[in-house]
Design a protein around this ligand. Structure first.
Ligand code: NAP
Length: 496
């Protein structure tokens, strides 16, 4: 135990669903002095930042929500983005989290003080605060990636990154380009195609797209969910089990269950054949890597767009941007008025971690991960980083609903803080041995996955880091992850 009292029991960085989940759990553990620091001007994380047209969840809403705070009133099976933002606001109110939140506060650096057993957190306004526990909940997909295309600064029209959408932007009468064909582009492109005079989609790597079974949830069903919560629980269980089967058999146990994975690819190909008339376009839209190497997506609208006379699929590489258009390697110039960057996020260079974190004996987390191997015990704690809960760590993401990840981490926090209380301690640190054992086990488990046993060579998937290791997803089923989070050996940590 230490004497110096920090400003806060815990500082949580990020007011999205991860940060709010951590806040809820820490309050349950009896911590009262919390600060939730958020660089944006409101809560909701990805669902505050993203509001491009067409935005919706791509995991059914009965599953994409906290299991302990179901919302019976989702309007559709796959709710639109605005409903997620509302749900985030509701959670903040229901769990009295708002009073802990400080917006427009970006954390630059955090440093562990080994004498007083506390973290000092430095913010970009020049301020600093001390805290016993530091929780980073900065998201995986939170540092927008803007490629450095030659000449992009000279473009005379509007440039819009999907994370910085100009609400109400009117594409009528405009010649637009969308660069990127990830999950974001798949949702956005049909919306732009409807209004723009001309739309050119610049695709570097095609994405696997499967049909989306989506429909409005009628009011009587919503009322039933509200009156008999067990019915919504059952719907959640069915949906989660289906997703789980896809993940476990299609992705994680690819080696043993290849036919399941191939079936998914066949379904996506049949979907493409049914929706796109031109064989050449279909060929260009067909991925050459195995299903699951990068996150597949769902859409009934995306492929159809390429039948429209105002839409062109461009697969030549972008050579440069000029004031009035984009020139590709084949010398062709596409004249455009508006350039939309659906170019995703940088994970491995700038986001692991999202700000500098210096632990015991000067261990600097970012360089330590990059120069060595990306690793975190149970995807949440790191040796020589006492009292740090790093929610968006290597091997933390379940690959399914983000809520599966955060709820597992909440269980881990509960067990850890229970032990701190039992020992009357205030400091925890994971041992090097436990961390290495978890890393070895995860690396070994991935051998059977599509990432290593399949062909992911041309996928350019953000599941892989710069060393070619697939260190984002936790290679275990949801059930075993949740079990492990509440039964991990307590002596995997030291306490003081
Ligand atoms: P993304 O999947 O990383 O896609 C980025 C796209 O930009 C890719 O097609 C990429 O091509 C392209 N790109 C990047 N740099 C480029 C360059 N220099 N030249 C040409 N093309 C370039 O990002 P995202 O679409 O924003 O989606 C990220 C994740 O967010 C998704 O996987 C999903 O997990 C999540 N998401 C969820 C929802 C939802 O739940 N509703 C919606 C949207 C997104 P390459 O593939 O060749 O790199």
């Amino acid at each position: 135990m230490t004497n110096r009292k920090p400003d806060y029991d815990a500082v949580i960085v990020g007011a999205g669903f991860g940060g709010m989940g951590a806040g809820i759990e820490l309050k349950r553990q009896g911590l009262t002095d919390l600060a939730i620091l958020e660089r944006e001007d409101d809560l909701g994380g990805t669902w505050h930042v993203n509001h491009y047209p067409g935005l919706a969840v791509d995991i059914a809403s009965v599953t994409y929500s906290y299991s302990f705070a179901p919302n019976p009133y989702w309007s559709r099976l796959f709710a639109p983005g605005a409903e997620l933002k509302k749900y985030a606001e509701h959670i903040a109110d229901q769990y009295d989290l708002r009073r802990h939140m400080e917006f427009g506060t970006a954390v630059q650096r955090a440093e562990w003080d080994d004498d007083d057993h506390l973290w000092t957190v430095y913010t970009d306004d020049g301020g600093s605060r001390t805290t016993r526990y530091l929780v980073t909940a900065t998201g995986f997909l939170s540092q927008p990636h803007t490629p450095d295309f030659p000449g992009i600064d000279t473009f005379a029209g509007d440039i819009i990154h999907t994370t910085d959408w100009q609400d109400g932007y009117d594409f009528t009468g405009k010649r637009a380009a969308v660069i990127g064909t990830g999950a974001t582009a798949v949702q956005l492109i049909p919306e732009i195609a409807r209004d723009a005079d001309a739309l050119t989609v610049f695709q570097r790597t095609p994405i696997w797209v499967v049909p989306k079974v989506d429909f409005p949830i009628p009011a009587p069903v919503q009322n039933l969910f509200a009156k008999v919560p067990l019915t919504q629980k059952a719907a959640r269980l069915v949906n989660t089990s289906l997703l789980e089967a896809l993940m476990v058999f299609g992705v994680l146990h690819f080696k043993q269950t290849k036919p399941g994975n191939k079936m998914a690819a066949l379904l996506a190909k049949a979907h493409l054949r049914a929706q796109v008339r031109d064989a050449g376009t279909r060929r260009k839209l067909t991925p050459a890597y195995d299903f699951g190497c990068k996150r597949p997506t769902f859409s009934n609208e995306y492929f159809r767009v390429f039948n429209r006379p105002n839409v062109t699929l461009q697969t030549s590489s972008i050579a440069r941007v000029e004031p009035d258009g984009i020139v590709t390697d084949d010398g062709h110039k596409t004249m455009i008025d508006t350039l939309v960057l659906a170019t995703g996020f940088n994970l491995w260079d700038t986001n692991f971690p999202a700000f500098q974190i210096i632990g015991r004996e000067g261990r600097d987390l970012g360089p330590w991960w990059r120069e060595g191997r990306f690793q975190a015990y149970e995807g949440i704690t790191v040796p020589k980083m006492p009292n740090l809960l790093s929610l968006n760590s290597p091997y933390s993401y379940s690959g399914l609903s983000y809520f599966t990840t955060i709820e597992g981490q909440m269980r881990h926090i509960a067990r850890l803080f229970g032990e701190l209380r039992r020992r009357k301690a205030d400091t925890f640190e994971v041992t090097e041995e436990a961390n290495t054992e978890f890393l070895d086990r995860s690396t070994h488990a991935l051998d059977s996955s599509v990432f290593y046993a399949g062909d992911c060579s041309g996928s350019r998937s953000y599941y892989f880091n710069q060393h070619g290791e697939a260190t984002l997803l936790r290679p275990s089923s949801t059930r075993s992850t949740l079990r492990e989070m509440e039964t991990f050996p307590l002596d995997d940590y030291t306490y003081a």
